[in-house]
Design a protein around this ligand. Sequence first.
Ligand code: TXA
Ligand code: MG
Length: 320
Amino acid sequence: MSIVSSNINRAIQLLSEDQLVAIPTETVYGLAGNAFSEKAIRSIFEVKKRPFFNPLIVHTHSIDAVTNFISYFPEKAKLLAEAFWPGSLTLVLNKKPLVPDLVTAGKNTVAVRIPNHKVTLELLKLLPFPLAAPSANPFGSISPTQSKHVAEYFSSTIPMVLEGGACENGLESTIVGFEDEEPVVYRLGAISLEEIEAIVGEVIVKNISKSAPSSPGMLLRHYAPSTPTVFVQDIPLELSRHKNKKVGVLSFFADFSKYDNVQTIILSSSKDMKQAAAQLYAGLHQLDQLDLDIIIAERFPDHNLGKSINDRLFRATQNK
Ligand code: TXA
Ligand code: MG
């Protein structure tokens, strides 16, 4: 029997028993547990095989609820919260002591987000506790943007995926922290840098790290298919190097079906970066299942969501 279900009452029951439920959000599906339950949080790390140094995002339903977990709300954080919540923005703010160390990896900050998804907002309103949730994929692999992606990863390890359709944005949230009151972007994501800067002015971006970093989770290799994958500007040139191989191309808008050895996934034939972002992980999942020798991913124009997409594709193609 499939673990995918729309039964929100069952999700509430399982979460109240410290079990895990995968939840839909507008970015990617999350692997959720009661943020105040040590048992639930431990199983999140276990199921994902995620190292404990990598803290989790706490999801809740209102700015009021957020103020229960944080000790200080910088002015520019408030501006961003008002502009983008509910939505694909995660704020890293100083935490109150009640937020468990296991959730924050012992840091004095907590990452918080109000997701913009009807089903999950309803769930969060009905629950008496917030949900800690990383993306619902094994550590380092491609994030899930459909319930079936989660079921493929975890059908034997979690009891339920709450159905919420395909994720509308398809890229993880943009993470913004504060250093001396000034916003610092720790992860590019579904809200573009340009949109953030339109609210708070120019921001610093600190989003690359190789081991256990101060802004963890931005590990170099992440979001990766199991098929060898390269990330290039010039697809025809790269194709000329792989003539005798089975090749998958993840293309922004161009069609490569005239090559016999190539399967192409076009992310947006109308050249719309928002649509391309929404299709990105589903495209990678699909190509990864075709038993190909190599996946060639196309570099996007380096602005707006193209910057966030390039960040993910770059990480997807780094060596282990
Ligand atoms: O869109 C999203 O953000 C999805 C959905 C489910 O909400 N969640 C998600 O979670 O992408 P995850 O665990 O895959 O990524 C969370 C990121 C990690 O890079 C983690 O290091 C960072 O947030 N993070 C969490 N708490 C932090 C903190 N206190 N300081 C700095 N970075 C933090
Ligand atoms: Mg993740």
